[in-house]
Design a protein around this ligand. Structure first.
Ligand code: SIN
Length: 363
């Protein structure tokens, strides 16, 4: 090989390497909701801050509205590494084998956002995110959406009104149990198919925070809604573990800073977005929004309380009869776990005090 040719090849290699070194790291962030929801806006905020703090060394590509993947596929794609970042709702971790997140779906568990944040910002919230490690996933943070309202094509004032209705739910056993407790028939359906499902009558009704109901135009195909605020819908922002741990340390730190600020932003806009969405839907006059009386709310909440009580009583009874350390205790706990499988709402043992919300996993 002549000297000139060797020089040419070496220069080409140097150029190619430096071009590669200059190529930004791409993070594909897939989600299923509209860009003008709390999650959609927080994803944009994260993109803006991440690209700024890393000085363009990282590019965030956002794919909203199930453009890339629907509910279940997006989790599989994250594990395979086809996308690097997601923010699925906490109700969608079950199919991944992380049913502990379904605790958030227990009806009437959180009286307000403050009570919820005490859990997500505290030890339990951190432990739940850490439990994803074994699935090849790192949980970065929680993002709020809001409290859910029920909707259908008939009034939903009393528990009897729910009887026999096909209600779309997310893929959570606790949500299925909630709908059964109300006498409805739960139907799991990806978020991207809900509008059409309601329009064609495949399902009669659903539950979602106003921001999702509004941005998916569900109010066009639901004549009635009840401002029940019976349950919470929020998100865990997650990344592919191998990808995240393979990032240079300084880049990871800059992304973590961007994430912390995007989370703050998300939680600031979430409440206002939901209030605005409700007002906007009311203004269209297409859906009749019903504000339940205290008595009607209490009757609906009775079911939530019953589901929580079932779960707690079973655990306490097992502990009372058989001290936790004993052989019988272990067997009772196994029985408890079996009961949990048979009775999905008992997967979690929830105890509430005036000032503190404690959730503990099965034995
Ligand atoms: C979401 O907010 O990400 C979707 C919620 C749903 O599937 O109902």
């Amino acid at each position: 090989m002549g000297f000139a040719r060797t020089i040419a090849i070496v220069s080409a290699c140097v150029l190619a390497t430096s071009a590669l070194a200059d190529d930004p790291i791409v993070i594909k962030f897939s989600h299923v909701v509209a860009p003008d929801t709390p999650k959609g806006q927080a994803a944009e905020k994260f993109k803006e801050l991440a690209e700024k703090y890393t000085d363009g060394k990282v590019t965030i590509q956002i794919y909203p509205n199930s453009q890339l993947y629907k509910d279940k596929e997006e989790l599989e794609s994250l594990q395979l590494g086809s996308v690097q970042m997601l923010a699925p709702s906490l109700a969608k971790f079950g199919p991944l084998g992380a049913r502990q997140f379904e605790a958030f779906d227990l009806p009437c568990l959180f009286p307000d956002r403050e009570a919820l944040h005490r859990v997500t910002d505290g030890k339990i919230g951190k432990e739940l995110l850490a439990s994803l490690d074994s699935k090849g996933i790192i949980g970065l943070d929680y993002w709020d959406n809001g409290f859910k309202i029920f909707s259908a094509n008939s009034p939903l004032k009393t528990v009897d009104d729910f009887k026999g209705l096909k209600m779309r739910v997310q893929s959570s056993k606790v949500l299925e149990a909630q709908m059964r407790a109300l006498g409805s028939i739960p139907q799991v359906m990806p978020f991207s198919e809900v509008y059409q499902g309601l329009q064609t009558g495949v399902v009669d009704g659903t539950e979602n925070p106003p921001s999702n109901m509004y941005t998916q135009k569900m109010y066009e195909v639901q004549t009635n809604a009840t401002i029940s605020r019976h349950g919470y819908l929020g998100y865990a922002v997650i990344v592919n573990k191998r990808f995240w741990e393979g990032l240079p340390e300084d880049i990871r730190a800059q992304l973590e800073k961007a994430m912390a600020e995007a989370t703050e932003y998300n939680n600031e806009v979430a409440k206002k977005d939901n209030d605005d969405a409700l007002a906007a839907m009311e203004a269209t006059g297409k859906t009749d929004f019903y504000q339940p009386t205290n008595a009607e709310r209490a009757a609906l909440q009775g079911d939530g309380a019953r589901l929580r009580r079932d779960a707690r009583t079973h655990r306490q009874e097992a502990d009372r009869r058989n001290p936790p350390g004993s052989r019988h205790g272990r067997i009772a706990r196994l029985g408890c776990a079996r009961f949990s499988r048979a009775h999905p709402t008992a997967i979690f043992f929830v105890s509430r005090r005036s000032n503190d919300t404690k959730i503990s996993g099965p034995p």
